[in-house]
Structures are given as structure tokens and as C-alpha cells.
Ligand binder design. Structure first.
Ligand code: IVH
Length: 674
């Protein structure tokens, strides 16, 4: 075949293959057999081999064309990729709708309902109909360019059905079946498993080698468009239709919703459908349909005011307890863990559930071998709801807590009035490791790359006995560790170096002083300004601070009085770790009255605070704590073993916060002004 004929046949083949690819992967309605499709592909590949100069970027052969990369180039999003406001109750969605009615001066606002796909947001850039570039969301302003990996997704059109220049936004996800298959393969290969389809999709998109990415079962739904020359569109519905027309996969469950009631019905409908879908969704997204109305209500710095994500709540499932093991935490608390027969719940494979303490095991009458109902809410560790005693067959075994620490073998104690058992040996390996992990964690010193596995390695190799030793690590030390490449070693040293500059409040939090959370750390740093001053603070000075009660003060004095602490601080100082708070602010400034007019109810046992402390903190910011749940309540704060108040609050659509979430909210509202 001469070159000219080859060129025209290749053009024909490209067109045909794109068409059939579209029927198969986007519409899910193949029009030819797989064998016929393979023949077309084979013909194309052979011709391209003969005339490599005729290979075009948008040829179907180029889905796998990219060479492995060293890193991903950074891309600046021309239009930032925003996130969405979340709603967890009918009340919040109503409020969202009311706000729109008020701002637009309209009685009825048409919305578009879309499933909220649980994957990763991507931005896809097309030039004259050709896919030229794609990126992750990153921090919203800048993402990573992952064009080669995106090309491997079959439902992503390399060429549009119209020659548009435009930027499209969508969600890359991993279908459930593909996810299960991938994990099965990884298990057999002895590789670590992905916790859920979302993580698997994220890991796959960030593969530096597109050949690996191509083997991952990724797919794509698109839901938005940011720029398009020529065409004028008036609504989100028109956008979705245009996206479909030019060859994208738009989710089939998108709907026009004419009023609030239809939006509520849509949520219920999708919630019921959820279990039958071949991919994970974690809620629905409600968007104002008319683009002029979208513009009219506008954006906050973070999210559009014209859209809201109405999230689904937890899911329950049934599984079996294979064994009960115990874990030793950072503060020596011994927690029993149920090792479960793996179960897929809200998209995550669940293998463990916390049993909290011995009392809980007795109360719920949990035995090894029991069939149980587990419950998972968002990201938290799954909980055991109850034992299905009718499923017992007599082979179940009771469990009792060990008398010695499983990590160091020392005797275990229970403090009066506490439910937890503790190992009191500060040199206990499990505790040392957990202290290192905490020190390096996000809100603390933020030393990326230093997780549990590495902490264990460092400890076992005798390189790190306390967090002070971290800063003496050398490239040489690290290169002797198993599974530690030169690049990761350098990255770790850089992260350690950077962490030296952290403001004092992070360091205080990172030290893991009992009862000193992020908020207390901020207050202490703001008040004392430097670590030596805090360490030298008298009891009277400490308790004089708002929010520092006698227990925290005692814990601080105990901590700074210990010889081990003095040794660690000396090492940190010698390494040049910053001991000062940069812009000292009085703690008075940190306190605002942002909770003015808000009503709270507390239920259950709080872990970090007494009820009285919680009340003081809420009142300090202008909120009120009431004793019973009614429609006047804004938030219900739940501790362990919440009572009937929780049920009532859920019925009334009142927002429920866990203790940590409340602390975060108080912290956030206090910082909002500073
Ligand atoms: S719209 C400015 N629509 O949810 C509007 N997002 O929580 C931005 N997501 O980053 C997003 N399905 O990754 C939109 N139908 C949908 C979505 C969706 C999933 C994701 C997306 C976004 C995140 C926000």
C-alpha cells in the first residue's frame, strides 16, 4: 500500500475505532463484535508500524503512548477547581434552598440533581476537539498534569464529536468490580491492598508509568464545563446535554428538579439506588440550573453558593469476628480490636473494628467467632453495633484482656475512674512508635513520609528512641533501612529540615502531652510565646488561662517535670527546632463570640472534656448549652454511648457532631477572626 492510500485508510480506521469505542465504552451499546473491533485495531497498528510518520496524537493507538515520567508537571488551573459545601440533613438542604429563594427573589428554583461520584476530580482540556491536557484538582489552584494516564481511560474521548476548544470537569473513579479484582490480584502478589475504590483510583491516576495506569480499571463521568468558545449555553442541563453530544459519559441518573420536594425525593431515590450501582457514590449534588442564577448568587472563596453536596450517612453490614487482638496506643491505652472477616461497607474494605475497652466487650457480650452488625460513618473506624446471638453455634470463645502489655510485657494498670487499661512504661516500644507517628502527623510537625511502617523500622534499627533522635538522622542511617530508596530518604530529610521552622503551637501539640490538643496548644503557644517559658510555667499561671483546667495544668507540669522530656527537648533545641510562636497573639484575641445565638445539646460520655468544660468552651464563644433536643437546637454533640437524644436529633434533622468535630469547630470559629 502506498503512503497516500495508507494515510486515507488510517484516517478511516481512526474514525471507525473512535466511533466503536464510543458505542462500547460511553454508550455501553456495542455495534460490532469484539473480534471485529480487534481486527480494526490490528489493521491500524500494522499500518502505523509501516508508516510511523502517519501516527497522530489522537490515534486510538496512543492511549498507551506515554513514556514513564519522573514526576508530574504542575498545571495552574485557569479557573480554580472549587469544592462543594456539604449537607448532612434535610434541614441544611432546606436552608440552602431558602437562601437561594431569598437571594434570587424567587419562589421556585429549578435545580439539577447529580449523583456525587466518589472518585477524583479532573480537568480535561480540549483544543479544536482534540484532547491535549488533563490535570488533577490538586489544591484547587494548581494540580498535576496527568495527561498520559487519562488517555488510558477508554471512555475519555481523545477526539470530540465537534471541534470545540473547551475545558471539561469530571470525576475519575474505579468501578466496584474492577476494584475488587485489583485488590484480589494485589493480595495474591503480596502487595498492600487499597482501602476503597477512591484510594485505588487516586493511586492509579498518580502512577508515573502510564502502562501501569492503563491496567487499572478507571472510568470517567463528566459534570461540568468551564470554557467554551462559540457556543452559548444557558443552563447546567444544557451543559450536560452538550457534554453527552460531544462524546462524554454523563451519568444516567442526572435529573431536573423543579422544587425542594423533588430534590428531597431525588436524594431518597438515589439513596435507594446506591446499593445497586456498579460504582460508589457518597451523596447527591444539587446545582442551580440556570447559569444566570448561578452567577447571581456567586461563590465564596472556597465553594459555589449555587450548589450543595447532600451526603449519605453511614452504612451497616454483617460480618464475623475472626479474632480479638489488642493495640497499644501513644498514651499506653490498651484497646481491643475485632479482626473481622473482610466486608465492603460504604466502599471501603473493613477488616477491623474498635471494641474500645473491656467494659464494652462485656456490655455487648462480644465473643470471638460471633456474627456482628458493623456500622461505618464517614472516615471513622467502624463500630460494632451488636452481636447477632441467634447465630451462635457454641464454638464462640470469650475474650479477656491480657494482664501484660503485648508490646513490652510490663504489667497493665487501670486508673481509678477510667475505663481504659494502660501500659505505664514510657519506653514501651509500641508507645514510642506511636509517639513518633503522632509527632510527624499532619496537624503536628507534618513530616510527610514518616508513617507507622517507617517509625517501626527506625525504632527497630535502633536509630530513633524518641522524637529528638529524628533530627540526627543522616542519609547514611536511612540508606541502611529496608525498603528505603535514596529519593525517599532525601525527601524525609528535607521534610524534617522544613519541620524545624514550624510555629511553637505545632510543636506543643506534636509532643503528645496528655489532654493537650491542637486548641490548647495554640492557646499555650500564644500566651507563653516560647517553649522554655511554658515549661517553667507555674500551676497558678496555667490555671489562670481560660480553658486550661486543673487537669491540663497537672498534665503539663507532669510532662515538663520528667527527665525524659528534658532530654528530648535538649535534643530538639540542639537540632535547631523552633521553640517560638511567630506572631504572638494574646489568647483573648483568639476568643470570639462566633457561636452567638447557637444552641447545643450534649449526649453521651465525652473523651477529652468533662461536660462542664465543654459547656464553658461553648459559652465562651457565645453559644448556649441546653438540656433537651428540640427544633431550636443547632447542634447535638455526641460522646460515647449517646442516649435517645441522638435518635431524636436525627429525626429532626439536627446536625450531629462528634466531640472531635466540635473541638475543630470551636477552634475554627475562634481562628476565623484572627
Ligand atoms: S461539581 C464548583 N458535581 O465532589 C463545583 N462535583 O466535594 C465543583 N464530585 O471536587 C464540583 N460528583 O470531585 C460536582 N456531580 C458532581 C460531582 C462532583 C463528584 C466531586 C468533585 C468535587 C467534590 C466536591
Amino acid at each position: 500500500m502506498d503512503k497516500e492510500t495508507a494515510a486515507s485508510r488510517l484516517a478511516e480506521l481512526r474514525e471507525l475505532i473512535h466511533e466503536h469505542n464510543y458505542y462500547y465504552h460511553v454508550l455501553d451499546e456495542p455495534r460490532i463484535s469484539d473480534a471485529k473491533f480487534d481486527m480494526l485495531m490490528k489493521e491500524l497498528l500494522e499500518l502505523e508500524k509501516l508508516y510511523p510518520e502517519l501516527v497522530t496524537d489522537d490515534s486510538p493507538s496512543q492511549r498507551l503512548g506515554g513514556a514513564p515520567l519522573a514526576t508530574f508537571p504542575e498545571v495552574r488551573h485557569i479557573v480554580p477547581m472549587l469544592s462543594l459545601e456539604n449537607a448532612f440533613s434535610e434541614g441544611e438542604v432546606k436552608a440552602f434552598y431558602r437562601r437561594l429563594q431569598k437571594n434570587l427573589g424567587l419562589e421556585q428554583i429549578t435545580l439539577v440533581g447529580e449523583p456525587k461520584i466518589d472518585g477524583l476530580a479532573v480537568s480535561l482540556y480540549y483544543e479544536k476537539g482534540k484532547f491535549v491536557r488533563g490535570a488533577t484538582r490538586g489544591d484547587g489552584e494548581r494540580g498535576e498534569e496527568i495527561t498520559a494516564n487519562l488517555r488510558t481511560i477508554r471512555s475519555l474521548p481523545l477526539r470530540l464529536r465537534k471541534n470545540f476548544t473547551m475545558e471539561v470537569r469530571g470525576e475519575v473513579y474505579m468501578p466496584l468490580l474492577g476494584f475488587e479484582r485489583l485488590n484480589r490480584e494485589r493480595e495474591e502478589a503480596g502487595l498492600s491492598l487499597f482501602a476503597n475504590p477512591r484510594n485505588a483510583a487516586a493511586g492509579s491516576l498518580r502512577q508515573l508509568d502510564p502502562v501501569v495506569a492503563a491496567q487499572r480499571p478507571l472510568d470517567l463521568f463528566v459534570y461540568g464545563m468551564v470554557q467554551l468558545d462559540g457556543e452559548r449555553l444557558n443552563s447546567q442541563w444544557e451543559i450536560l446535554n452538550l457534554l453527552k453530544e460531544v462524546g462524554f459519559k454523563v451519568n444516567e441518573h442526572v435529573r431536573i428538579l423543579n422544587n425542594l420536594q423533588e430534590a428531597m425525593d431525588y436524594y431518597e431515590y438515589m439513596r435507594a439506588l446506591r446499593a445497586t450501582l456498579p460504582y460508589e457514590i457518597d451523596g447527591v449534588v444539587l446545582k442551580v440550573n440556570e447559569l444566570v442564577y448561578q452567577q447571581a448568587v456567586g461563590y465564596t472563596s472556597r465553594v459555589p453558593r449555587w450548589a450543595i453536596a447532600y451526603k449519605f450517612t453511614a452504612e451497616e453490614g454483617i460480618t464475623r469476628i475472626l479474632d480479638i487482638t489488642v493495640n497499644v496506643g501513644r498514651t499506653g491505652v490498651i484497646t481491643p480490636l475485632a479482626e473481622l472477616e473482610p466486608l465492603l461497607l460504604s466502599g471501603s474494605v473493613i477488616k477491623r473494628a474498635s471494641l474500645h475497652n473491656e467494659g464494652m466487650i462485656r456490655e455487648k457480650d462480644v465473643m470471638i467467632g460471633d456474627t456482628v452488625i458493623v456500622h461505618k460513618a464517614g472516615e471513622v473506624i467502624p463500630q460494632i453495633v451488636r452481636v447477632l446471638k441467634e447465630k451462635r453455634n457454641g464454638e464462640e470463645r470469650p475474650f479477656s484482656m491480657p494482664e501484660q502489655c503485648p508490646s513490652c510485657g510490663k504489667k497493665i494498670y487501670r486508673f481509678p475512674g477510667e475505663a481504659a487499661l494502660r501500659c505505664l512504661n514510657p519506653a514501651c516500644p509500641a508507645q514510642v512508635v506511636e509517639r513518633i507517628v503522632h509527632f510527624a502527623s499532619r496537624g503536628a510537625m507534618d513530616i510527610s513520609g514518616l508513617g507507622e511502617a517507617l517509625a517501626i523500622n527506625l525504632y527497630r534499627a535502633g536509630l530513633v528512641k524518641d522524637v529528638g533522635d529524628l533530627y540526627t538522622l543522616t542519609l547514611d542511617d536511612l540508606s541502611r533501612l529496608e525498603r528505603m530508596g535514596k529519593k525517599s530518604a532525601e525527601n524525609l530529610l528535607n521534610a524534617l529540615e522544613r519541620s524545624k521552622e514550624n510555629p511553637l503551637h505545632r510543636l506543643i501539640y506534636a509532643l503528645g502531652i496528655r489532654l493537650v490538643g491542637e486548641r490548647a496548644a495554640r492557646l499555650l503557644a500564644a500566651h507563653f510565646g516560647s517553649l522554655p517559658r511554658l515549661a517553667a510555667a507555674s500551676w497558678e499561671e496555667l490555671v489562670a488561662l481560660k480553658e486550661i483546667g486543673p487537669q491540663i495544668a497537672a498534665s503539663l507540669q507532669d510532662f515538663f517535670g520528667q527527665q525524659e522530656t528534658k532530654n528530648v527537648l535538649q535534643k530538639l533545641e540542639k537540632a535547631g527546632v523552633n521553640f517560638r510562636e511567630p506572631e504572638p497573639q494574646g489568647e483573648e484575641e483568639l476568643l470570639t463570640r462566633n457561636l452567638e445565638g447557637m444552641n447545643f445539646v450534649l449526649t453521651g460520655t465525652l473523651q477529652h472534656l468533662t461536660r462542664e468544660q465543654a459547656r464553658e468552651m461553648i459559652e465562651a464563644q457565645g453559644g448556649k448549652v441546653l438540656s433537651s433536643v428540640s427544633r431550636n437546637i443547632n447542634y447535638l454533640i455526641v460522646g460515647e454511648k449517646p442516649g435517645s437524644k441522638l435518635e431524636k436529633a436525627l429525626k429532626l434533622g439536627i446536625k450531629v457532631l462528634k466531640e472531635e468535630e466540635m473541638l475543630q469547630m470551636l477552634d475554627g470559629s475562634a481562628r476565623a477572626r484572627s
